[in-house]
Design a protein around this ligand. Structure first.
Ligand SMILES: *Cc1c(COP(=O)(O)O)cnc(C)c1O
Length: 367
C-alpha cells in the first residue's frame, strides 16, 4: 500500500458511452444469461435495496430467506414497500434447509416473491440454489438472488435455474471494484416491476434504468458512470476472462476444499459441517469453548493473517478464513489454516498443525 501512488487515480479518462453496453454483456456471460443486465452505479447493498423497492407493493407476498444480515435487510426493504414478508431463518450462521422454505410455502395460499442470498461471505454458508429455484417455479413466484458474493465462486446459471433477478458485485470473488453493481433482470421480472409503484426519478428505480437506457437502445448513458469504478470493473473482467470464469470458480472450490481438509487435520470440524453447504468464498472455523475470540484474532494478526470475526449474531462464535478473489490460492489458504491452528494452540487447544499443513499441501499437490 505504501508504494501505491495515489496520484495514478487522478484525471482518469471519462468512461465512454460506447463501452457501457459491452460491459453489461460481459456480465451477462458470467451469469450465463440472455436476460438484461443493468448497472446500479453504487455498491451492491444499494442495488439490493433498489431491487426490493422496485418489486414490492401492498398485496404482494414474499418469502424471504434469512441466512445473514443481508437477507434480513432485504426483508425490511420489502416490508417498507408494503409487501407481506414471511421470513424463513436458518440457525445462526448456517445455510437454509429447503424443507423449511417448502413448509413456509405450504402455509401460504399465494406467493409472489422468493428471495435468498446464494453464497454468504459473512459466515461461509451456501444456500441450495437449485432447490430454492425449483420451489419458486412450483409456486410461479419471482426468484430473487443475492449473488454478490457467489459470482466467481460458484456457477450461477441464471437462465438454467430460472432466476428472475440476480444482484452481483465485483469486489468479492471477481477481485474488482466495490462501487458499481450489476443487476440481471428477466422479462418476467420486468413485468412484475412495471406493475409496481414507480419510485422514479430515483437512483433506486430499476424502471428508470429500463426507460433511460434499455429502451433507448443502450446508447445514451443512464447517468454519469464513475470512471474509476467502471475502468476498474473492465480491468477485473479482463483478468477474470483471461483466467476463465470456470477456472476462477475451480480455484475458489479448491481453496475451500483445502481449508476444510486443513481444519479437519488440525482436529477441528468446520463451522458448516456439510461440504456441499459451504461456500467457496470463506471457510468459517469455530471458536472452541474456552477460547477467547479477540485473542485468537490478535494472535493470528501477529502472524500477518487476518481472521475476520463472525458477522452479526455469530460474532465471537466463529472466525472466517478468507480465500476470496486473489486470496483463493495455496499460500493464503496455508497461512490461514496454520495461523488459526497456532493461535488455538496458544490457548491450550490440542491441534495438529503439521497434519493440517500436510492436508492443505495434499489438496494443492493433487493432479
Ligand atoms: C458483500 C455482500 C453484500 C454487500 O455488498 P457491498 O458491496 O459491500 O455493499 C451483499 N450481499 C452479500 C451476500 C455479500 O457478500
Amino acid at each position: 500500500m505504501s508504494s501505491f501512488d495515489l496520484r495514478l487515480l487522478l484525471d482518469p479518462p471519462r468512461y465512454p458511452a460506447n463501452r457501457y453496453a459491452p460491459l453489461a454483456d460481459r456480465i451477462k456471460r458470467l451469469l450465463a444469461t440472455h436476460a438484461n443486465v443493468v448497472f446500479v452505479q453504487a455498491e451492491a447493498i444499494l442495488a439490493l435495496e433498489a431491487v426490493a423497492i422496485s418489486i414490492a407493493r401492498p398485496g404482494r407476498v414474499a418469502v424471504n430467506v434469512v441466512t445473514s444480515p443481508y437477507g434480513a435487510w432485504f426483508g425490511t426493504w420489502l416490508s417498507r414497500g408494503g409487501a407481506g414478508v414471511h421470513q424463513v431463518s436458518a440457525a445462526p450462521g448456517q445455510p437454509i434447509d429447503a424443507a423449511a422454505v417448502s413448509a413456509c410455502l405450504e402455509r401460504l395460499p399465494q406467493v409472489d416473491i422468493i428471495a435468498a442470498v446464494h453464497a454468504e461471505s459473512s459466515n461461509g454458508a451456501l444456500n441450495p440454489l437449485a432447490e430454492l429455484a425449483a420451489l419458486a417455479r412450483s409456486r410461479d413466484a419471482l426468484f430473487v438472488v443475492d449473488a454478490v458474493a457467489s459470482v466467481g465462486g460458484h456457477p450461477i446459471d441464471f437462465d438454467q435455474h430460472g432466476i428472475d433477478i440476480a444482484v452481483i458485485g465485483a469486489q468479492k470473488a471477481l477481485a474488482g471494484p466495490a462501487g458499481v453493481s450489476g443487476v440481471a433482470v428477466s422479462a418476467r421480472a420486468w413485468a412484475h416491476i412495471a406493475a409496481s409503484p414507480d419510485v422514479a426519478p430515483s437512483s433506486l428505480s430499476l424502471m428508470d434504468l429500463k426507460r433511460n437506457w434499455l429502451e433507448r437502445g443502450r446508447l445514451a448513458l443512464p447517468g454519469m458512470p464513475p470512471p474509476l469504478e467502471f475502468w476498474a470493473l473492465e480491468a477485473a473482467l479482463d483478468r477474470v476472462e483471461a483466467e476463465g470464469i470456470e477456472h476462477v470458480i475451480a480455484r475458489h472450490r479448491q481453496a475451500a476444499r483445502a481449508s476444510r481438509a486443513g481444519l479437519r487435520a488440525l482436529g477441528i470440524e468446520p463451522w458448516i459441517a456439510r461440504d456441499e453447504a459451504a461456500s467457496a468464498l470463506v471457510t468459517s472455523a469455530p471458536v472452541p469453548t474456552g477460547v477467547d475470540a479477540h485473542t485468537l484474532i490478535a494472535d493470528a494478526a501477529r502472524m500477518g493473517v487476518e481472521l475476520a470475526p463472525g458477522y452479526g449474531e455469530i460474532e465471537g462464535r466463529l472466525v472466517r478464513l478468507d480465500h476470496t478473489g486473489t486470496r483463493a490460492k495455496f499460500d493464503a489458504v496455508l497461512a490461514n489454516v496454520t495461523a488459526y491452528g497456532t493461535a488455538l494452540e496458544r490457548q491450550r487447544v490440542d491441534v495438529d498443525i503439521g497434519a493440517a499443513a500436510r492436508a492443505v499441501n495434499d489438496v494443492y499437490a493433487a493432479r
